[in-house]
Design a protein. Structure first.
Length: 470
């Protein structure tokens, strides 16, 4: 199947020009002005941006959590991702306590195989790491293309590991070339705060945020950066929610350390004030780290503009407010009388590009190059996907989005493709939306019409990170 995309304004992280793109089978083979090539299909992109497909390197499809599981699986979640212009995700396989890395990896492959509609990779969450398991990290990197590992300083008894384990994992990545991703909150202190607040009868959803103060994120971020400096390796801080944590990353980068950070749309658009009243409706907004005060938002926007933060991912982990999607067990309602039992997570994979384009390009005057850098190119480089993904170039995968800046789109749970019964950005109208989304040359969406197929998405063995400067 061949496709010719004509008259589009091609945007990469570094370039901005008008040309045609010829796609043969799954790959971009020719770029030039006025191409006279016969193709099976021609798409006229006049008046539109032609950008590399978005890459969301932080999703949790079908993640078990707190007695339930995230409501999107690899089929519904990747359909939703594609609708919003994301053509590749990197999800997290969980090595639960008592299981090994190979078991975790194979469990997530079974969840995903034959279901994803766009390409995907996997990180591996480590919850224990005895010395004799260190060679398993090497095998994941070399044989399976799992080139990033995530560790937690939060959730005692579930995900949290001690500093020695973090340092040990970091030292191993100095040898095998993988990247450590860190969830940075002080889990021990948070656990005590949760117990104290429940003992005081404070049970409503908004108390979740009060039990996880920004200083707990700041401290843990400082600590893991120090550990990475001692280990002599890069570190990637996931879902940075507060300017206090962001400033730790900025200071480290100012000292020349290879420290990277992502934030998420919920921290840019939502605020604690949205659910401070204590009503159970606030369960929609419960995630970790929590959504901070509205005054925090502009610090993060500025950090993205000047590269103090390098990527925007979603931490997509949806849970329904009611009994669960089409008969799934109760989800957010598990915490009806105890905020600590509310499953942590929000939907977002479908609307990441919508929101960043509106908030960054339209409202704050970002260049399209910066937009592409944050939602596609930087994630591709840091997670070992570049240049097959994350750019428009000859030889790259034909993951292409024709982005119509004039197309208005209203975000609503009534029409979104995510398998969850609410949208945290309900009724927000944005200026700009995909008119075509291609995954390896195949149209997955045309406007709001799904044209893809479950199982078309492939598992991607990723390479080593590509460190990026300012």
């Amino acid at each position: 199947m061949s496709t010719l995309i004509t008259n589009g304004r091609i945007i990469t992280a570094e370039q901005d020009y008008v040309a045609d793109i010829y796609v043969e089978d799954e790959t971009i083979t020719t770029i030039g002005k006025g191409l006279k090539i016969r193709a099976d299909r021609t798409i006229d992109a006049a008046g539109c941006y032609v950008i590399p497909g978005g890459i969301d390197v932080h999703t949790h499809m079908e993640l078990p959590f707190g007695g339930t599981a995230a409501s999107d699986d690899f089929e519904t979640g990747t359909i939703a991702a594609a609708h919003g212009g994301t053509t590749c995700i990197v999800d997290f396989a969980v090595q639960s306590r008592g299981t090994n890395m190979r078991q975790a990896f194979e469990t997530w492959l079974r969840k995903s195989e034959g279901r994803a509609v766009v390409d995907y990779g996997l990180h591996l969450i480590l919850t224990e790491l005895p010395d004799d398991w260190l060679p398993d990290m090497d095998a994941m990197v070399k044989r399976e293309g799992v080139t990033s590992f995530k560790l937690f300083t939060a959730y005692p008894g579930v995900f949290m590991v001690d500093d020695a384990t973090i340092y040990k994992a970091m030292r191993r990545t100095a040898e095998n070339g993988a990247l450590i991703c860190m969830h940075a909150e002080n889990g021990g202190v948070i656990d005590l705060l949760v117990k104290r607040m429940l003992a005081e009868g404070k049970t409503t959803p908004n108390v979740h945020a009060l039990s996880r103060p920004a200083t707990a994120e700041q401290e843990a971020t400082h600590r893991v950066i120090a550990l990475s400096e001692m280990a002599g390796v890069p570190v990637y801080i996931v879902h940075v929610s507060s300017h206090l944590a962001m400033e730790q990353i900025r200071e480290a980068r100012d000292r020349g350390l290879p420290v990277y950070g992502e934030t998420c749309p919920q921290y840019l658009f939502l605020a604690y004030e949205d659910y401070a009243d204590g009503s159970f409706n606030g369960a929609k907004y419960v995630c970790s780290p929590p959504i901070r005060e509205r005054s925090n938002q502009e610090f993060l926007w500025k950090a993205l503009a000047v590269d103090d933060l390098q990527a925007v991912s979603t931490d997509h982990c949806p849970f329904c407010m009611k009994e669960g999607y089409k008969g799934l067990p109760r989800q957010k309602e598990l915490g009806k009388d105890d905020f600590s039992k509310i499953p942590n997570g929000l939907p977002g994979v479908e609307n990441r590009l919508h929101l960043l384009y509106e908030g960054g390009v339209v409202k704050r005057g970002w260049s399209m190059n910066r937009f592409v850098q944050l939602v596609s190119t930087a994630p591709a480089k840091l997670m070992g996907l570049f240049p097959k993904k994350g750019t428009i170039a000859i030889g790259s995968d034909a993951d292409i989005v024709v982005w119509d800046p004039k197309r208005k789109y209203t975000i609503t749970a009534k029409t979104h493709f995510m398998r969850v019964d609410y949208n945290p950005y309900e009724q927000m109208t944005v200026s700009g939306s995909p008119s075509y989304v291609l995954s390896r040359g195949k149209a997955v969406f045309e406007g709001d019409a799904f044209k893809g197929k479950a199982g078309y998405g492939r598992y991607i063995k990723r390479g080593q990170y590509n460190l990026i400067g300012r």
